[in-house]
Each structure stands twice: as structure tokens, then as C-alpha cells.
Design a protein around this ligand. Structure first.
Ligand SMILES: Nc1nc2c(ncn2[C@@H]2O[C@H](COP(=O)(O)OP(=O)(O)OP(=O)(O)O)[C@@H](O)[C@H]2O)c(=O)[nH]1
Ligand SMILES: [Mg+2]
Length: 242
């Protein structure tokens, strides 16, 4: 895809906390047709912002006002000016070359393009058996409670039309953000398309995620959102993007 094929502009949101060593790898994978890249800095104590600005002079930097990946993404989404918003990680685990598949799914009619490591063609070099099991259990519970057919709940590679931000009405701070997005997208009746994605291992540094603490936050989100739930509209579905 290039700009001749679509009038839709694309913003990429990159939450980053101490990812200076990884950003050269991440930014090198971003397609040249991206319109806007926003780095949301989590008050990094390394050179994250300086490195990012040097790599991309056109970069927009947002300094988050609270703590956590969820807060970072929400503030990045609010700052975005593109028609399409894509979220990727700054640790080298998500490959910018896959953005095309997400954008194509949206241009083909999806409201929300949801990355999946378990869809045919997807995969992970990073998921431990323990975390994979936890993710599968949480995905199954979500499908049961919300009538969805998701294959991967807790994955940080997603894209959506910016005009759906109001419907998503995001309000959380932590790693439960992806779960909240997936649940709210279903509750809002958005047309959801899963896009196969291959997750690579973090290149440098250590994960900020704590499987028990954050798994618990995800579970609480799934259960809390169920209260007062309206039925998921019949047209909500998950179709694998070609
Ligand atoms: N701005 C900001 N970014 C964050 C924060 N926490 C995590 N991130 C970023 O969010 C992305 C994902 O965080 P990771 O720590 O890699 O967690 P994860 O990918 O869910 O877990 P792993 O699979 O173990 O790597 C990375 O780009 C982090 O730098 C935060 O509090 N603020
Ligand atoms: Mg990671």
C-alpha cells in the first residue's frame, strides 16, 4: 500500500519507557507511507526521547501524565491526528512491516483490526507456556462472557479508525488496556477483524509486565465490564483478514 491507494492517513502510537536501545530497530521497520509517529514517553530515565527524535525528526512526543502503558496509549490516541490509529510496542517485539495488514483490514471494512499470535500465519517467539496458558484462559472467558470469537486477548498490536475512540471510551492505566479495548469494541458492536501477527522477543532490556499482577488486572477488567453489559450486537464478528 502507498498513499496512491488510500486517502486515509495513518498515525502510529509507540508507548516507550526506557527503550533507547530498541528504538533504532523498531523505527527501521516503519513503512515510509506512515503519516505520523507519536512516541508516548513514560518518563524514561535513559535517552529514549533524544534517540527517538534523532531517528525521526518529524516525531511527535507526548509525555504521559500518569503511569502505565494504558495511560500512555490513551494519551497518545488523544493526540493522534490520523484517520487510522495503529499501536505498536517499542521493545522490538512488534514489526512495523505488519502495519500494512492492519491498515488493509480497516480499508476492507473492519472498524477494529486486532492482532493475533494464534491466528493462522501468526506466532510468538516471546510467549512462555505459562503466559500463553493464562492468555488462552482469559481469551476463553472473554469469548464466553461477550459472545466474541477472539483467539488472542492480551496482545499489544492493534489498529482502529480514530472516529471509534469515543465508542471505546478508554479509561485505564495499566497493561489491561488491550483487554479493555477488545471488550469495549465488542460491546460497541464494532466490526472486528483479527490480523495474524508474529511477535518477536524483546531485543534489549526487561519486560515491565508482571504476569500475576497484570493477569489479575485483566481478569478484573473482564468481569467488571460484564456488569451492566448490553448484548453484543449480532453483527459483531471476528473474521480473519486475508
Ligand atoms: N509510556 C509508557 N510505556 C510503557 C509503560 N509500560 C510499558 N510501556 C511500553 O509498552 C510496551 C510494552 O511493554 P513491555 O514491558 O514490553 O510489556 P509486554 O510487551 O506486555 O510484555 P513482554 O511480552 O514481557 O515484553 C513497551 O514499548 C514499553 O516500553 C509505561 O508505564 N509508560
Ligand atoms: Mg514487550
Amino acid at each position: 500500500m502507498n498513499k496512491q491507494h488510500s486517502a486515509a492517513s495513518v498515525s502510529v502510537i509507540v508507548p516507550a519507557m526506557n527503550e533507547a536501545e530498541n528504538l533504532p530497530h523498531v523505527f527501521a521497520t516503519l513503512p515510509e507511507w506512515i503519516d505520523e509517529v507519536i512516541l508516548v514517553d513514560g518518563n524514561s530515565t535513559d535517552d529514549t526521547v533524544a534517540v527517538a527524535r534523532k531517528l525521526r525528526p518529524d516525531l511527535r512526543v507526548v509525555v504521559q501524565t500518569r503511569r502505565g502503558k494504558g495511560n500512555a496509549l490513551i494519551e497518545g490516541f488523544q493526540a493522534a491526528t490520523g484517520d487510522i490509529i495503529v499501536m505498536i510496542d517499542a521493545d522490538g517485539s512488534t514489526d512495523g512491516r505488519e502495519i500494512r495488514g492492519f491498515v488493509d483490514a480497516l480499508l476492507a471494512g473492519a472498524d477494529f483490526a486486532k492482532g493475533s499470535r494464534y491466528a493462522p500465519g501468526g506466532g510468538s517467539d516471546d510467549l512462555s507456556p505459562w503466559r500463553s496458558l493464562g492468555n488462552k484462559a482469559l481469551t476463553g472467558l472473554t469469548n464466553l462472557l461477550y459472545g466474541t470469537r477472539y483467539t488472542d486477548l492480551c496482545y499489544g498490536y492493534n489498529a482502529f479508525w480514530a472516529h471509534h475512540l469515543d465508542a471505546l471510551n478508554l479509561d485505564c492505566d495499566g497493561f489491561e488496556i488491550e483487554t479493555l479495548m477488545n471488550v469495549r469494541a465488542a460491546k460497541a458492536g464494532l466490526l472486528i477483524s483479527e490480523v495474524p501477527s508474529h511477535e518477536r522477543s524483546r531485543i534489549h532490556g526487561t519486560s515491565n509486565l508482571n504476569a500475576v499482577r497484570d493477569g489479575w488486572r485483566v481478569l478484573r477488567t473482564i468481569l467488571r465490564e460484564r456488569t451492566g453489559r448490553e448484548d453484543v450486537p449480532a453483527h459483531t464478528q471476528v473474521a480473519l483478514a486475508k
